[in-house]
Write a protein that binds this ligand. Structure first.
Ligand code: C2E
Ligand code: MG
Ligand code: MG
Ligand code: MG
Length: 284
């Protein structure tokens, strides 16, 4: 993961460290402190409409600003925040920061931008989540539909999730299933609850060009989403050929490095002026 994330990233918890108790406690302490001091920043990755070529929404992705130079990616620390019992607090900070960011973009003259926020399954079990979201929306004065909560299929197994789902949807907040197709119960989760969006996992995109079986499966998932009137996002699209294949299969919205990496909030404004379909249509 560290290699993939680039040279600024280092592995915070290596296996060796985990076996050394003293060292582990020290690392825990550093992470606790990061949570207390909110040493995190959000980056935003555009989701591109295949109809208009424009940014339709962005996904907020947290980074730990560990020091001036070192950024740590969420794969390295979210599970540890969960284990430390700090995920509700952390998630509420992310939600607050996103709501404030939406308001700030709007105040700077941009149109309202929908932002998707990842919610830990543990946070989704917290009965105070709908109330927290309602208060944040009121305080920042943004319409609820601009907030989309991304949960994985495992959040659909948790006790009490139906009630929390319904309360959130009553507020007008959107709900997306993240990493769709990788969980145990993707059809069960669609049967149980009305949703707004399905995000097809990157593993499907990885194989869409090389496996006709996968391509058929992706086509079927897209039909399913269309029939249910759900928005469909393909995540992890890295190449032009993958993007073209997904568009061909009827995918409406694409997110991935091919179009744009996650970027700091001050770069979003310029991206709203870009027609990304030029990237698809030009011959390279
Ligand atoms: P996710 O929600 O499935 O987010 C997509 C991940 O794929 C992000 O990694 C994104 O940077 C990366 N990605 C996007 N396009 C491409 C691509 O074309 N190729 C490849 N190889 N990767 C791509 P990131 O930012 O490292 O986040 C990893 C995971 O951490 C997220 O997966 C999500 O589960 C979790 N996460 C991120 N931010 C938060 C947060 O604020 N709260 C919680 N609870 N979890 C978060
Ligand atoms: Mg996500
Ligand atoms: Mg995902
Ligand atoms: Mg994922």
């Amino acid at each position: 993961a560290a290699k993939q994330a680039g040279k600024q990233c280092y592995v915070f918890y290596s296996q060796d460290m985990a076996t050394q108790d003293a060292s582990r406690l020290e690392k825990e302490q550093i992470l606790r402190e990061a949570c207390e001091k909110k040493q995190f920043i959000l980056h935003f990755q555009p989701q591109i409409s295949m109809h208009t070529g424009r940014v339709t929404s962005v996904e907020a992705l947290v980074r730990w600003q560990h020091s001036e130079k070192a950024i740590v990616y969420p794969g390295e620390f979210i599970s540890h925040i969960e284990k430390l019992g700090l995920i509700v607090d952390f998630g509420n900070w992310v939600l607050q920061t996103v709501c404030e960011q939406i308001a700030q973009w709007r105040a700077s003259g941009l149109p309202y931008l929908q932002v998707a926020v990842n919610i830990s399954p543990l946070h989704f079990q917290d009965a105070s989540l709908p109330g927290t979201v309602r208060d944040l929306l009121m305080k920042t004065n943004i319409p609820a539909q601009y907030l989309e909560l991304e949960v994985t299929e495992s959040a659909m197994q948790t006790k009490g999730h139906v009630e929390i789902f319904n309360q959130l949807r009553q507020l007008g907040v959107k709900i997306a299933i993240d990493d769709f197709g990788t969980g145990y119960s993707c059809l069960a989760s669609l049967k149980k609850l009305p949703l707004d969006c399905i995000k097809i996992d990157k593993t499907f995109i990885d194989d869409v060009l090389t496996s006709s079986h996968t391509a058929l499966l992706v086509g079927a998932i897209i039909s399913l989403a269309n029939a249910l009137n759900y928005k469909l996002v393909a995540e992890g699209v890295e190449t032009r050929d993958q993007a073209l294949a997904m568009r061909e299969l009827g995918c409406q919205i694409i997110q991935g490095y091919f179009f744009c990496h996650p970027v700091p909030s001050d770069q979003i404004s310029a991206l709203l002026d870009v027609d990304f379909t030029h990237q698809l249509d030009k011959d390279i």
